[in-house]
Design a protein around this ligand. Sequence first.
Ligand SMILES: C[S@@+](CC[C@H](N)C(=O)[O-])C[C@H]1O[C@@H](n2cnc3c(N)ncnc32)[C@H](O)[C@@H]1O
Length: 262
Amino acid sequence: MSDGADEVLYGEHEITFLEELWGDGFLSPGGADEVARAIDGVTLVGKTVVDIGCGSGGATVALVRDHGADRVIGLDVEAPVCARARARVEREDLTDRVEIRLVSPGPLPFDDISVDIVFSKDSIVHISDKETLAVDVFRVLRPGGWFVASDWLIAHDHEPSPEMAAYIAAEALDFGMASPHRYRAALEAAGFADVQLVNRNQWYREVARAELERLTGSERAHFESLIGVEAMNKQIATWTAMVPVLESGEHCPHHIRARRPL
Ligand SMILES: C[S@@+](CC[C@H](N)C(=O)[O-])C[C@H]1O[C@@H](n2cnc3c(N)ncnc32)[C@H](O)[C@@H]1O
Protein backbone atom coordinates (compact mmCIF):
# COMPACT_ATOMS: atom_id res chain seq x y z
CA MET A 1 0.00 0.00 0.00
CA SER A 2 2.70 2.38 -1.07
CA ASP A 3 1.02 5.61 -2.03
CA GLY A 4 -2.26 5.15 -0.22
CA ALA A 5 -4.03 1.99 -1.44
CA ASP A 6 -6.00 -0.01 1.15
CA GLU A 7 -5.07 -3.51 0.06
CA VAL A 8 -2.32 -5.24 2.05
CA LEU A 9 0.46 -6.19 -0.37
CA TYR A 10 2.74 -7.93 2.11
CA GLY A 11 0.32 -10.30 3.86
CA GLU A 12 1.16 -13.49 5.76
CA HIS A 13 1.61 -15.60 2.58
CA GLU A 14 3.92 -13.06 0.96
CA ILE A 15 5.99 -12.66 4.11
CA THR A 16 6.29 -16.43 4.51
CA PHE A 17 7.32 -16.89 0.87
CA LEU A 18 9.80 -14.03 0.77
CA GLU A 19 11.47 -14.93 4.07
CA GLU A 20 11.83 -18.54 2.94
CA LEU A 21 13.51 -17.33 -0.24
CA TRP A 22 15.55 -14.43 1.11
CA GLY A 23 16.13 -15.28 4.77
CA ASP A 24 14.51 -14.77 8.16
CA GLY A 25 13.40 -11.15 8.53
CA PHE A 26 14.08 -10.19 4.92
CA LEU A 27 11.55 -9.28 2.24
CA SER A 28 14.33 -8.35 -0.17
CA PRO A 29 17.41 -10.16 -1.47
CA GLY A 30 20.89 -10.33 0.01
CA GLY A 31 20.12 -10.37 3.73
CA ALA A 32 22.46 -8.93 6.33
CA ASP A 33 25.42 -9.10 3.90
CA GLU A 34 23.66 -6.79 1.47
CA VAL A 35 22.80 -4.40 4.33
CA ALA A 36 26.51 -4.34 5.21
CA ARG A 37 27.49 -3.63 1.59
CA ALA A 38 24.93 -0.82 1.29
CA ILE A 39 26.16 1.00 4.41
CA ASP A 40 29.85 0.18 4.01
CA GLY A 41 31.91 3.19 5.10
CA VAL A 42 29.06 5.00 6.86
CA THR A 43 29.40 4.86 10.65
CA LEU A 44 26.23 3.99 12.53
CA VAL A 45 27.78 3.69 15.98
CA GLY A 46 25.97 5.96 18.40
CA LYS A 47 23.59 7.25 15.71
CA THR A 48 19.82 7.57 15.45
CA VAL A 49 18.67 5.82 12.28
CA VAL A 50 15.30 5.76 10.51
CA ASP A 51 14.55 2.68 8.38
CA ILE A 52 11.92 3.52 5.73
CA GLY A 53 9.89 0.41 4.85
CA CYS A 54 11.25 -1.84 7.59
CA GLY A 55 9.18 -4.87 6.55
CA SER A 56 9.56 -7.77 8.96
CA GLY A 57 12.61 -6.16 10.50
CA GLY A 58 15.69 -8.21 9.56
CA ALA A 59 17.58 -5.19 8.27
CA THR A 60 16.26 -2.95 11.06
CA VAL A 61 17.66 -5.26 13.72
CA ALA A 62 20.95 -5.69 11.82
CA LEU A 63 21.52 -1.92 11.96
CA VAL A 64 21.75 -2.17 15.77
CA ARG A 65 23.08 -5.70 16.25
CA ASP A 66 25.73 -5.75 13.50
CA HIS A 67 26.46 -2.04 12.99
CA GLY A 68 26.11 -0.43 16.40
CA ALA A 69 23.31 2.07 15.74
CA ASP A 70 22.23 3.59 19.04
CA ARG A 71 18.56 3.68 18.13
CA VAL A 72 16.54 2.67 15.07
CA ILE A 73 12.99 3.66 14.23
CA GLY A 74 11.54 1.34 11.60
CA LEU A 75 8.59 2.74 9.64
CA ASP A 76 6.17 0.74 7.58
CA VAL A 77 2.68 1.28 6.15
CA GLU A 78 1.38 -2.28 6.59
CA ALA A 79 0.28 -3.93 9.84
CA PRO A 80 1.32 -7.58 9.23
CA VAL A 81 4.97 -6.69 8.58
CA CYS A 82 5.04 -4.36 11.58
CA ALA A 83 3.71 -7.18 13.80
CA ARG A 84 6.46 -9.50 12.53
CA ALA A 85 9.10 -6.80 13.03
CA ARG A 86 7.96 -6.06 16.58
CA ALA A 87 8.07 -9.77 17.47
CA ARG A 88 11.62 -9.93 16.05
CA VAL A 89 12.73 -6.93 18.09
CA GLU A 90 11.33 -8.55 21.26
CA ARG A 91 13.00 -11.89 20.51
CA GLU A 92 16.30 -10.07 20.00
CA ASP A 93 15.76 -8.20 23.28
CA LEU A 94 16.20 -4.85 21.53
CA THR A 95 12.98 -3.07 22.55
CA ASP A 96 14.98 -0.33 24.26
CA ARG A 97 16.82 0.49 21.02
CA VAL A 98 14.43 -0.39 18.19
CA GLU A 99 10.95 1.02 17.71
CA ILE A 100 8.62 -0.13 14.94
CA ARG A 101 5.98 2.38 13.84
CA LEU A 102 2.99 1.69 11.62
CA VAL A 103 2.57 4.93 9.66
CA SER A 104 0.47 6.33 6.83
CA PRO A 105 2.20 7.12 3.56
CA GLY A 106 3.33 10.73 3.54
CA PRO A 107 5.89 12.98 5.18
CA LEU A 108 8.33 11.35 7.59
CA PRO A 109 6.96 11.68 11.16
CA PHE A 110 10.03 13.48 12.50
CA ASP A 111 11.04 17.03 13.29
CA ASP A 112 13.43 18.94 11.05
CA ILE A 113 17.13 18.18 11.66
CA SER A 114 16.44 15.35 14.14
CA VAL A 115 17.89 12.18 12.57
CA ASP A 116 21.50 11.11 11.88
CA ILE A 117 20.94 8.51 9.13
CA VAL A 118 17.98 7.66 6.92
CA PHE A 119 18.27 4.08 5.69
CA SER A 120 16.02 2.02 3.42
CA LYS A 121 16.29 -1.40 1.85
CA ASP A 122 14.26 -2.04 -1.33
CA SER A 123 11.19 -0.13 -0.15
CA ILE A 124 11.36 3.25 -1.89
CA VAL A 125 10.38 1.40 -5.07
CA HIS A 126 6.88 1.71 -3.58
CA ILE A 127 7.09 5.51 -3.27
CA SER A 128 6.67 6.97 -6.73
CA ASP A 129 7.41 10.64 -5.93
CA LYS A 130 11.19 10.48 -5.43
CA GLU A 131 11.50 14.28 -5.57
CA THR A 132 9.18 14.90 -2.59
CA LEU A 133 10.81 12.06 -0.66
CA ALA A 134 14.30 13.48 -1.25
CA VAL A 135 13.22 16.88 0.10
CA ASP A 136 11.64 15.24 3.15
CA VAL A 137 14.68 13.05 3.90
CA PHE A 138 16.90 16.15 3.62
CA ARG A 139 14.56 18.01 6.00
CA VAL A 140 14.84 15.44 8.84
CA LEU A 141 18.58 14.79 8.52
CA ARG A 142 21.09 16.60 10.68
CA PRO A 143 23.85 18.42 8.75
CA GLY A 144 26.47 15.82 7.79
CA GLY A 145 23.88 13.03 7.97
CA TRP A 146 23.60 10.33 5.32
CA PHE A 147 20.76 8.93 3.28
CA VAL A 148 21.77 5.30 2.56
CA ALA A 149 19.52 2.98 0.60
CA SER A 150 19.25 0.08 -1.72
CA ASP A 151 16.36 0.17 -4.13
CA TRP A 152 14.96 -1.29 -7.33
CA LEU A 153 15.38 1.09 -10.27
CA ILE A 154 14.57 1.14 -13.98
CA ALA A 155 17.44 2.03 -16.33
CA HIS A 156 15.69 4.92 -18.14
CA ASP A 157 12.88 7.47 -17.89
CA HIS A 158 10.96 6.37 -21.00
CA GLU A 159 8.01 4.02 -21.17
CA PRO A 160 9.03 0.57 -19.91
CA SER A 161 9.73 -1.97 -22.64
CA PRO A 162 6.95 -4.56 -23.13
CA GLU A 163 9.08 -7.05 -21.17
CA MET A 164 9.54 -4.59 -18.29
CA ALA A 165 5.85 -3.66 -18.33
CA ALA A 166 4.96 -7.36 -18.16
CA TYR A 167 7.34 -7.85 -15.23
CA ILE A 168 5.96 -4.85 -13.30
CA ALA A 169 2.41 -6.11 -13.92
CA ALA A 170 3.40 -9.59 -12.71
CA GLU A 171 4.76 -8.14 -9.46
CA ALA A 172 1.38 -6.48 -8.78
CA LEU A 173 3.13 -4.56 -6.01
CA ASP A 174 2.43 -0.91 -6.78
CA PHE A 175 5.95 -0.31 -8.09
CA GLY A 176 6.88 3.31 -8.89
CA MET A 177 10.36 2.77 -10.30
CA ALA A 178 12.68 5.64 -11.25
CA SER A 179 15.93 5.82 -13.19
CA PRO A 180 19.37 6.46 -11.65
CA HIS A 181 19.33 9.80 -13.48
CA ARG A 182 16.04 10.81 -11.86
CA TYR A 183 17.21 9.67 -8.41
CA ARG A 184 20.41 11.71 -8.69
CA ALA A 185 18.56 14.80 -9.92
CA ALA A 186 16.00 14.50 -7.09
CA LEU A 187 18.72 14.21 -4.43
CA GLU A 188 20.82 17.05 -5.84
CA ALA A 189 17.79 19.34 -6.22
CA ALA A 190 16.91 18.64 -2.55
CA GLY A 191 20.37 19.91 -1.54
CA PHE A 192 22.29 16.65 -1.05
CA ALA A 193 26.02 16.39 -1.80
CA ASP A 194 28.25 13.38 -2.47
CA VAL A 195 25.46 11.57 -4.33
CA GLN A 196 26.61 8.07 -5.27
CA LEU A 197 24.72 5.36 -7.16
CA VAL A 198 26.13 1.85 -7.57
CA ASN A 199 24.44 -0.50 -10.00
CA ARG A 200 23.75 -3.92 -8.40
CA ASN A 201 22.26 -5.44 -11.57
CA GLN A 202 25.18 -7.81 -12.17
CA TRP A 203 24.90 -9.21 -8.65
CA TYR A 204 21.13 -9.61 -8.58
CA ARG A 205 20.84 -11.05 -12.09
CA GLU A 206 23.00 -14.00 -10.96
CA VAL A 207 21.11 -14.35 -7.70
CA ALA A 208 17.71 -14.16 -9.41
CA ARG A 209 18.63 -16.88 -11.91
CA ALA A 210 19.52 -19.15 -8.98
CA GLU A 211 16.28 -18.19 -7.22
CA LEU A 212 14.23 -19.18 -10.27
CA GLU A 213 16.02 -22.53 -10.28
CA ARG A 214 15.15 -23.01 -6.61
CA LEU A 215 11.50 -22.12 -7.21
CA THR A 216 11.07 -24.39 -10.20
CA GLY A 217 13.37 -27.23 -9.08
CA SER A 218 13.90 -29.29 -5.99
CA GLU A 219 12.42 -26.72 -3.59
CA ARG A 220 9.18 -26.19 -5.49
CA ALA A 221 7.20 -28.74 -3.48
CA HIS A 222 8.43 -27.23 -0.22
CA PHE A 223 7.37 -23.72 -1.28
CA GLU A 224 4.01 -25.10 -2.46
CA SER A 225 3.49 -26.67 0.96
CA LEU A 226 4.00 -23.23 2.52
CA ILE A 227 1.88 -20.99 0.27
CA GLY A 228 -0.12 -23.32 -2.01
CA VAL A 229 0.18 -24.28 -5.66
CA GLU A 230 -1.67 -21.29 -7.08
CA ALA A 231 0.35 -18.69 -5.17
CA MET A 232 3.52 -20.51 -6.14
CA ASN A 233 2.57 -20.45 -9.83
CA LYS A 234 2.21 -16.67 -9.54
CA GLN A 235 5.62 -16.30 -7.91
CA ILE A 236 7.24 -18.44 -10.61
CA ALA A 237 5.54 -16.30 -13.28
CA THR A 238 6.96 -13.17 -11.61
CA TRP A 239 10.51 -14.57 -11.48
CA THR A 240 10.20 -15.83 -15.06
CA ALA A 241 9.27 -12.28 -16.13
CA MET A 242 11.99 -10.70 -13.96
CA VAL A 243 15.07 -12.64 -15.11
CA PRO A 244 15.00 -11.30 -18.74
CA VAL A 245 14.69 -7.65 -17.60
CA LEU A 246 17.59 -8.17 -15.22
CA GLU A 247 19.57 -9.71 -18.08
CA SER A 248 18.75 -6.76 -20.37
CA GLY A 249 19.77 -4.34 -17.59
CA GLU A 250 16.43 -2.50 -17.63
CA HIS A 251 15.69 -3.67 -14.07
CA CYS A 252 18.68 -2.36 -12.17
CA PRO A 253 18.77 -2.49 -8.36
CA HIS A 254 21.14 0.14 -6.99
CA HIS A 255 22.84 1.21 -3.82
CA ILE A 256 22.27 4.92 -3.30
CA ARG A 257 23.81 7.31 -0.85
CA ALA A 258 23.93 11.06 -0.38
CA ARG A 259 25.00 13.41 2.40
CA ARG A 260 23.33 16.51 3.78
CA PRO A 261 26.18 19.06 3.74
CA LEU A 262 27.49 20.42 7.05
C1 LIG B 1 10.31 -5.23 -0.45
S1 LIG B 1 9.77 -4.85 1.18
C2 LIG B 1 11.34 -4.55 1.98
C3 LIG B 1 11.25 -4.65 3.47
C4 LIG B 1 12.58 -4.56 4.22
N1 LIG B 1 13.22 -3.28 4.05
C5 LIG B 1 13.50 -5.65 3.79
O1 LIG B 1 14.51 -5.37 3.10
O2 LIG B 1 13.23 -6.81 4.13
C6 LIG B 1 9.06 -3.24 1.00
C7 LIG B 1 8.41 -2.68 2.26
O3 LIG B 1 8.08 -1.32 2.04
C8 LIG B 1 6.85 -1.04 2.70
N2 LIG B 1 6.28 0.19 2.14
C9 LIG B 1 5.53 0.37 1.04
N3 LIG B 1 5.19 1.66 0.88
C10 LIG B 1 5.75 2.34 1.92
C11 LIG B 1 5.77 3.72 2.32
N4 LIG B 1 5.14 4.67 1.62
N5 LIG B 1 6.45 4.05 3.44
C12 LIG B 1 7.10 3.10 4.17
N6 LIG B 1 7.11 1.79 3.83
C13 LIG B 1 6.46 1.41 2.72
C14 LIG B 1 6.06 -2.30 2.45
O4 LIG B 1 4.94 -2.41 3.32
C15 LIG B 1 7.11 -3.38 2.67
O5 LIG B 1 7.18 -3.78 4.00
